[in-house]
Every structure is written in C-alpha cells, then in structure tokens.
Design a protein around this ligand. Structure first.
Ligand code: SF4
Ligand code: SF4
Length: 443
C-alpha cells in the first residue's frame, strides 16, 4: 500500500538571514492573496543554480495541521526565548514556472521588493532537500549559470572589441556581458547559442516591472538602456559571424532590457534582410510588445524566422494596467500575433505569469480564446519579476486561481499542439519530434 508523503516543512529566517525549517508547521504557498497548500504534483526539488532570499520584515504564513488552519508565524520559540522571523522565498534557475507565490503576511512588508520572481519554497525532511512549488517547462540546459564562466569570457570580450574597433554595438554588448552579467550578451562573445541585438533606446509601453526603465512608483531599474540606435551595418558586422559559426545559432532583437525594437523597425528590417541574404544558416528572432501590426508585417517580409510577443495577460484591462501602453491598444498586439502566424513564422508568447492572476478563471477562458484566435505556437511561461503584493494589488486580484499546473493541463487538453517553453528555439527545433507530448517534463 502506498504511503502519502508528508508535506514539506515551513522555512523561515532569523533577522540575520539564517534559514531554518520549522519542527512541525507545514509549507504553504499563495495564489493571488490567498494561502493554500501545494498539490503533490507541483512540488519539485529546488532546481540547481537557484537562490534563496528572505523577504525582509515579512512573517511567513504556514499550515498548522494540529489546528487545521493557516497561521501567520511572527515569532518562533528558541528554547525559552522567542525570536522574530521573516519569510523565505526562492528565485529559481530559468526553465521552471512557479505555481505558487511565497506565503506571507505581505501587509507587514515595509519595503518594495526588487524585480525578482518570488517562489514558494519549503523543506522536504524525508529527502533532506529544498522543494519549490513549480513545474519545469523547458528542457534546454544551455542557460544554466554553470555554462557561463567569466574567466573564459574576459579574453573573448577583449578580442572582439579589438576585432570590431568602430562598432558601437560590440562596445554596448561588452558592457551588457561584463557589467550586467547578461547571459545572452555573453553568448555573443562565446560565439554560441542565442545572441542579443539591442537596438532601441525607446519604448511605447511603460511596464510596471520594466527592468530598463522605472518612471515612477515601483523601484529602481537595474539596467541602463542602449543610448543609441545601431546602424544595419553595425548589426550585420557583428551578427553574421555568429549566424555562420555558432553552434545552435540564434540572433534575437529585443532580448530583454532595452526599449522595444518595434520602435526601430526600419533599421531592424534592413539588417534582417542583409543577414538573411548573406547567412547560410541560423535563426533570426524578434521579441517585442507587438504594438504596431504594420511594422510586424514589414519585419515578417524582411525574413524573420520567429517572433515572440510579450504580455502579462490576454485580458485588455489587466494588460493595460501593467503595460500602460502609449498610443496603441491590446487589439493591435492580437493583430500582430495573428499576422506573424499568418505569414508562417514560428510565433510565441512571452507570457509573464503570476499565480492567482494567470490562472484566474477569467484569464484561463481568455487564454483559450486567444490561442484559438491567433494560432500561436508556443507559450513561454516566464515568471514575472515583480513584488507579488504590489502586482496583485495593481491587478485587483480577488480569490485564487485554478492552479498554474492545472492551467497548463487545461490548455494542453484543448490544444495539444501548443508547446510550453522558457527559451527561444532554433528553426530546426521549432517543432521537435513528439512536441505534442513535450510537457510535463520529468525532473
Ligand atoms: S538583454 Fe539587456 S543586458 Fe542583455 S544584451 Fe540586451 S540590452 Fe544588453
Ligand atoms: S515593453 Fe519592454 S522595454 Fe517597453 S516598458 Fe515594457 S518591459 Fe520595458
């Protein structure tokens, strides 16, 4: 007879950040603002290369099986003394989608949390390991930190700077690689996998969690945007050798923390045409907010292989609250996705997900309709990096979601051809053998 595995223990930290597991309280997570117990299917070992954080001055919430209720744990007894405690959160290695937020009493939080993605974490006492509420959505291991050894990087950066002395883009990317530790920029210097092409100092959205610009009420951004628009010649000089020589070569516009490359569509279209005429191999990808469908048409015709469109929600109201668009509407984004798919490109959504918002019944229904309408190929389930309490408040969250794991199941059931992922793909790998059964991924 199979025995039910005991639930993981609560983790908490003392005021100095030392982490402990609680002798009897059980780990909880949060969907929106509501505490809940994780299902067995969504508990996996903390992925290698993840990190643990404390959530300062914020007491954890746990399940007390003796009292059969959730409790806020402000103090823990140490011998005869009681000590104040704070919650612990995981920041996972990429490739994993969190299914629950850390359970805490966020009303006690005094600081605005920096732009990381916060995940519920506990302690599996039986296996003696940390566990998180998450599911793996991408099996690509290229992006693991162990593949980015800076000792090997520095000589390569110096070499490329000397190789292209007049190219402003290589100078910018050296800063991205060395100062911001951007893995994509490092790939350019390692000449492998996916390399980024930053092109745009400006954007027509004002996202609450933009990592390159924070206009007002959130927190400081951690990257400075590229201050110029490179010429098509600068782009081609740097990216053509990458396409020709790198293993699994992808070059990607709009890879994360610049403005949006749709604002530089003419430059991008010219550079892409040149790259596609001259390169005998490789994938050219465009990441964008997709705000201007005519420009998307232009870029498809220039020879782009794939496009990825970012959104936090497929409901216009929630999209507007996060993206705060300037001069476009969510309907334009939908038209862009349809256009890219209609032109035969591999079309992806960079879906910025958060438990309680993304798996709310209204969002799930809207997502199913969106997939039907656009024909999109892949959902990249990206954990939105933002203070969870701030985001829930701005999104007006009420109630809890159906469960992030259940959401993935539901979408797969309705559209077996939908692929989940976290990273962009080479064109050879757009539709790998057996892709309809590509999730769940066994960890
Ligand atoms: S993602 Fe950001 S840090 Fe990386 S290359 Fe692009 S602009 Fe630079
Ligand atoms: S679309 Fe991208 S660049 Fe523009 S505000 Fe949003 S996160 Fe920032």
């Amino acid at each position: 007879m199979s025995r039910r595995k005991p639930l993981p223990k609560l983790l908490y930290a003392d005021s100095r950040g030392n982490i402990y597991d609680h002798p009897y309280l059980t780990m909880a997570g949060m969907s929106g603002n509501e505490a809940q117990l994780p299902e067995a299917v969504e508990l996996i070992p903390l992925p290698e290369d993840s990190r643990l954080f404390t959530i300062p001055d914020t007491p954890p919430v746990a399940w007390d099986s003796r009292e059969r209720r959730f409790v806020t744990v402000s103090q823990v007894k140490e011998g005869k003394r009681s000590m104040p405690v704070q919650a612990v959160s995981a920041f996972m290695a990429p490739g994993y989608m969190r299914t629950l937020l850390p359970a805490c009493d966020y009303s006690k939080k005094k600081v605005h949390l920096p732009l990381w993605s916060y995940t519920a974490v506990g302690w599996d006492a039986e296996e003696e390991r940390f566990v998180v509420a998450a599911t793996r959505v991408d099996a690509n291991e290229n992006w693991l930190p162990k593949n980015y050894d800076d000792r090997k990087l520095d000589p390569l950066v110096r070499r490329r700077l000397a190789e292209f002395p007049k190219n402003r883009l290589v100078e910018q990317l050296s800063r991205c690689a060395v100062d911001y530790h951007c893995f994509a920029a490092k790939n350019l210097f390692f000449r492998r996998w996916e390399a980024p092409i930053p092109t745009s100092p400006v954007c027509n959205s004002r996202c609450l969690g933009c990592i390159s610009l924070q206009p007002s009420d959130c927190c400081p951004s951690n990257h400075e945007r590229i201050p110029f628009v490179p010429t098509p010649e600068e782009i081609v000089e740097l990216m053509l050798p990458h396409l020709e020589e790198a293993p699994e070569p992808i070059v990607s516009y709009g890879q994360g923390c610049e403005g949006d490359p749709i604002m530089q569509a003419d430059t991008v279209a010219t550079a892409t045409r040149m790259l596609k005429e001259r390169a005998s191999r490789g994938t050219v990808n465009f990441n964008s907010n997709g705000s201007i469908p005519d420009r998307i048409r232009l870029l498809c015709d220039a020879g782009m292989d794939s496009m990825r469109f970012s959104m936090n929600s497929v409901q216009e109201e929630l999209y507007n609250r996060y993206y705060r668009p300037k001069g476009y509407r969510f309907a334009d984004v939908v038209e862009s996705v349809r256009t890219a798919k209609g032109k035969g490109l591999f079309t992806m959504i960079n879906y910025l997900v958060s438990p309680g918002v993304t798996d709310s019944p209204a969002e799930v229904e809207a997502l199913l309709a969106f997939i039907e309408k656009t024909g999109v190929d892949m959902l990249q389930m990206r954990n939105l990096s933002i203070d969870p309490a701030f985001y829930n408040e701005r999104m007006g969250v009420t109630g809890k979601g159906i469960g992030m794991y259940r959401l993935l199941e539901r979408v797969k059931e309705a559209f077996p051809r939908i692929q989940y992922g976290y990273f962009n793909r080479t064109r050879e790998n757009f539709y790998p053998a057996g892709f309809e059964k590509g999730w769940p991924i066994v960890v």
